[in-house]
Design a protein around this ligand. Structure first.
Ligand code: HEM
Length: 125
């Protein structure tokens, strides 16, 4: 598969992950039982796996180095933060206000990751 196809797959799965995260956030806020549906718990994992595999392929094929290319380092660290915030927001058991705050903050971190990706700059502002 070519770099272009992996980039297409990466961006497609980035859009799907964003859409699923937003809709699950609304279901969390509205106490919807949808959040516990089997497919809602499985599909995001499949999509995120494809996202990461495409990211690894792009990094390899493009000759990017995660510790040398600082935009990539920033992206990886921000991704860890996004995953932590996302699991606080979407897993049951924590106070609702905290979950909503974590969800909003995760959206900010997601926007930062996209800005870093497009600008190739760890400080894209
Ligand atoms: C939620 C997580 C992620 C989001 C939202 C995201 C977003 C994006 C976007 C929007 C682009 C296209 C940039 C452009 O066209 O200028 C991109 C490209 C890329 N991403 Fe990601 N990404 C994520 C995770 C990752 C991870 C974990 C890695 C590395 C391990 C990675 C490596 C890359 C590479 C190498 C490119 C190609 C750069 C280029 O050819 O211009 N991404 N990403």
């Amino acid at each position: 598969m070519s770099y272009g196809l992996f980039k297409y797959l990466h961006i497609l799965t980035v859009n799907i992950t964003f859409a699923l995260f937003v809709v699950r956030g609304f279901w969390m806020i509205t106490n919807s039982p949808m959040l516990t549906e089997r497919w809602v718990r499985i599909v995001p994992h499949i999509n995120d796996t494809l996202l990461l595999l495409a990211a690894i392929a792009l990094t390899h094929l493009g000759g990017w180095r995660p510790l040398t290319d600082l935009w990539l380092t920033a992206k990886l660290l921000a991704l860890c933060l996004y995953i932590i915030l996302g699991s606080i927001a979407l897993r049951p058991g924590r106070p609702k206000l905290l979950r909503i705050q974590a969800w909003l903050l995760a959206l900010v971190v997601f926007a930062y990751i996209v800005l870093v990706a497009v600008s190739k700059d760890p400080w894209p502002f």
